[in-house]
Design a protein around this ligand. Structure first.
Ligand code: ADP
Length: 594
C-alpha cells in the first residue's frame, strides 16, 4: 500500500515538475523573443527617423544610422520599396534577391499592423526574427524597412535553461522522494494500525479496542470501528450463549438427534445419537455424509424416498436395526419459506421396550400353555369319572391325580401372582420390610424343607457363622427365597445325597450359599434359568412339581432388596447358588445390627 502510494506520488511529482519546467522554459523563450522584438523595434524607429524624408533609402551605404546599427547589433537590414523590390540588404546583393511583397512581415507592415515573424533561414541555417515597418519616403511614396536577427542565442539559452531545469527537476524530485517516503510512513501509520485491528477482529478477537487521542478523521474512524467491535462482541456473546444453551439441551435429550443438510452432510449430532450409533465421543462426524455413519440399507432407502418424493409430507417414522439395537427413526424436514434446508433425524432406542413386549407376549403364551396342561388333565379324569369307573382303586387313583393337578394349578397361579406382584415397582416400594435375623429365618425354611428331603434320603447341613448382622428384608419373601433355592437343590439332587447351606458375613455383605451335588446345569443353560418358565429338562422338572417360575421369583426378590444372586454349576457334579445382601447399606448408623 505504502509502496503504491509512494510510486504514485513520485509519478505525480515527476509529471508536475516536468510540466512546470516545460512551461517555465517556454515562458523564458517568449520573454527572450519579446526582448529581441523590442530591440528590433527600437532600431527600426531610429532608422525610420534617419531615412524618412531623405534620399538615404536609395543610398543606404551613406546612412550612418543604418551602418551603425548593423555594426553594433548584428542586425540584418533590408530596405524594400512599395512594389516589393529589395533596394538594399546588409547581408546580400539586393539585385539578386526576389520580390519580398509576399513576406508576412512585409505584408503586415504595409497593412500598418507590424507583426514579428520567426522563420528558419536556409541560407543562414538558423531561426530568424523579422520585424518590418512602413516608412514614408515623401508624402506619396511608402517603403518598408525590415530588420531581422538570428535567433541562435535562443537555442543556446534554451538548451542551457533546459539543462538547468532538468538538474533542478531531478534534484527536487530526489529530495521530495526522500522526504515523501518518511512522511507517507508517518501519515499511513494509523491506517496500518486500523488494518491490524480489523484483522484481529476478523480473526475472532472481539475484545480488542483501538485508541487514537486526536480528534480528526482517523479518530472518528477509530470510534466507529470500536463501536463495531462492541456490537460484534455483543452479537458473538449472544450467539455463543444460544449455542451453549442448544448444546446443553441437545446433550441432555435422551433421544438421538442428527441434523443434516440437503447434501446429506451431518451438521449437528448429540451425545445420545453417538451412543446409539456407537460412535466414540471424540470421533469427528460433523461434515461427514450421513450414510458414512449409518450404514443401514433400510434407512438409506427410507431417507432417499422421503427426500426424493415431493409429496412425502413433513415427517416419516419407521423402525430399523442399528448396531444390534432396535431404533425408531423419525425424519422431518427443516423448511424455511417453503424451501427445504435440511432434515432432522430423531433416533429412539426402543430395544428394551420391544424386548419387554416380547417377554410379555411369551409370558402370556407360556402361562396359557402351563395352565392348559393340568386343566386338560383334570377335565379328562372328571369326564371319565362321570361316565362311571367301576374299580374302587382306579377311582381313588383318578381322584389323587385330580388333586395333584389341582395343587399344581394352585402353585402355578400363586407363583404367577407373586411374580406379577414383584413386577410392580409400587408394590415393592410399599413392601413391609423389617430388620430380620437371617439365621433364624433360614433355619425355619430348612425345617419346612426337611420333610421333602427325607423322602429322598437327603441330608441338609446348615453351616452359619456366629453373630450374623440383621438384614432389612421382607420376612415372607426371605423365607420364600430360601424355600425355592432349597427346594430346587432337593429336586435336582440324587437320592441319599447331601445339601450344604452356608450363611456368613464378608466385609460388605451377608452371603447365603446353597450347595448340592445333584445333576448340575450345563453352561449354555446357566444364563437362562432365571427366565420365566425356563426349565432345563422339561419332563423331569414337571415331574418334580416345578412351575418354572421359582428362580424368576428368587431373582425378583433379591433384586427388590438391592441384593445379588449368582450361580455356578457343573453337570453331574452339583450346583451352588450364592445370594449377597448388602447389609451395611441397611443400617443408618453404619454399624452392623444384631
Ligand atoms: P422349577 O420350578 O422348574 O424348579 P425354577 O425356576 O426354580 O423352576 O428352575 C428353573 C430350572 O433351573 C429348573 O427347571 C432346572 O432345570 C434348573 N435348576 C434350578 N435349580 C437347580 C439345581 N439346584 N440343580 C440343577 N438344576 C436346577
Amino acid at each position: 500500500m505504502i509502496k503504491k502510494i509512494f510510486l504514485s506520488t513520485l509519478m505525480i511529482l515527476f509529471l508536475t515538475l516536468a510540466l512546470m519546467g516545460f512551461l517555465t522554459l517556454n515562458n523564458s523563450k517568449s520573454l527572450y523573443y519579446d526582448f529581441v522584438e523590442d530591440g528590433l523595434d527600437r532600431a527600426l524607429s531610429a532608422i525610420e527617423l534617419s531615412i524618412s524624408g531623405t534620399e538615404d533609402f536609395y543610398n543606404a551605404e551613406s546612412n550612418t544610422m543604418i551602418q551603425n546599427t548593423v555594426l553594433n547589433n548584428e542586425y540584418r537590414i533590408t530596405l524594400i520599396d512599395n512594389k516589393g523590390n529589395v533596394v538594399y540588404d546588409t547581408d546580400r546583393d539586393a539585385e539578386t534577391m526576389e520580390n519580398h511583397l509576399d513576406r508576412p512581415e512585409v505584408k503586415s507592415a504595409f497593412a500598418d499592423e507590424p507583426k514579428r515573424t520567426i522563420r528558419h533561414s536556409d541560407s543562414i541555417k538558423a531561426d530568424m526574427m523579422y520585424l518590418a515597418r512602413k516608412i514614408y519616403l515623401d508624402e506619396a511614396e511608402t517603403a518598408v524597412v525590415r530588420l531581422s536577427m538570428r535567433l541562435s542565442l535562443t537555442e543556446d539559452i534554451y538548451y542551457q535553461s533546459l539543462k538547468n531545469m532538468l538538474f533542478y527537476i531531478l534534484f527536487s524530485f530526489f529530495v521530495a522522494a526522500f522526504f515523501s517516503r518518511y512522511i507517507l510512513a508517518y501519515l499511513l501509520k494509523p491506517v496500518k494500525e486500523i488494518s491490524l485491528f480489523a484483522k484481529s477482529i476478523a480473526g475472532g478477537n472481539y475484545t480488542e479496542r483501538m485508541t487514537w487521542f486526536k480528534r480528526d478523521e482517523i479518530g472518528d474512524l477509530t470510534d466507529s470501528l470500536n463501536d463495531m467491535a462492541d456490537e460484534l462482541q455483543d452479537t458473538f456473546n449472544l450467539l455463543s450463549d444460544r449455542n451453549s444453551e442448544l448444546e446443553v439441551i441437545l446433550a441432555n435429550i435422551v433421544d438421538g438427534i442428527i441434523a443434516i443438510d440437503n447434501n446429506m452432510s451431518v451438521k449437528i449430532i448429540n451425545k445420545s445419537a453417538k451412543e446409539i450409533l456407537e460412535i466414540t465421543e471424540n470421533e469427528k462426524v460433523i461434515g461427514k455424509n450421513i450414510f458414512e455413519i449409518i450404514r443401514t440399507i433400510k434407512i438409506f432407502d427410507e431417507l432417499k424416498r422421503f427426500v426424493d418424493d415431493v409429496n412425502s409430507g413433513t415427517l416419516v417414522s419407521f423402525e430399523s436395526e442399528i448396531s444390534g439395537k432396535i431404533v425408531r427413526l423419525t425424519i422431518s424436514k427443516i423448511s424455511e419459506n417453503d424451501f427445504v434446508q435440511g432434515y432432522i433425524l430423531v433416533l429412539q432406542n426402543v430395544t428394551q421396550i420391544r424386548k419387554l413386549e416380547n417377554i410379555r407376549k411369551d409370558f402370556v403364551a407360556n402361562v396359557s400353555h402351563e395352565l392348559k396342561t393340568p386343566i386338560t388333565s383334570i377335565k379328562g379324569f372328571i369326564e371319565t369319572l362321570k361316565e362311571g369307573v367301576e374299580d374302587e382303586r382306579t377311582r381313588e387313583q383318578f381322584y389323587n391325580i385330580i388333586h395333584m393337578e389341582t395343587e399344581r394349578l394352585i402353585d402355578l397361579v400363586e407363583d404367577i401372582l407373586t411374580l406379577s406382584f414383584l413386577d410392580n415397582e409400587n408394590n415393592i416400594k410399599g413392601l413391609n420390610k423389617e430388620w430380620i435375623d437371617p439365621k433364624t429365618n433360614l433355619e425355619e425354611a430348612v425345617e419346612i424343607s426337611k420333610n421333602l428331603a427325607k423322602e429322598k434320603g437327603i441330608e441338609i447341613k446348615v453351616e452359619t457363622s456366629e453373630n450374623l448382622p440383621r438384614v432389612l428384608f421382607n420376612k415372607d419373601y426371605f423365607r420364600q427365597m430360601c424355600l425355592n433355592l432349597i427346594g430346587n437343590a432337593i429336586k435336582f439332587s440324587n437320592e441319599n445325597s447331601q445339601i450344604i447351606i452356608r450363611m456368613y458375613k464378608d466385609p460388605k455383605s451377608v452371603k447365603l450359599e446353597v450347595l448340592d451335588s445333584g445333576i448340575g446345569i450345563a453352561e449354555e443353560d446357566l444364563e437362562r434359568i432365571f427366565e420365566r418358565f425356563y426349565r432345563v429338562e422339561k419332563g423331569r422338572a414337571r415331574k418334580e412339581g416345578g412351575t418354572g417360575l421359582g428362580l424368576a421369583i428368587v431373582k425378583h426378590i433379591v433384586q427388590s432388596q438391592g441384593g445379588e444372586i449368582k450361580v455356578s454349576s457343573k453337570v453331574n457334579e452339583g450346583t451352588v447358588f450364592t445370594v449377597s445382601f448388602n447389609y451395611v447399606k441397611n443400617d443408618l448408623s453404619g454399624n452392623d445390627l444384631y
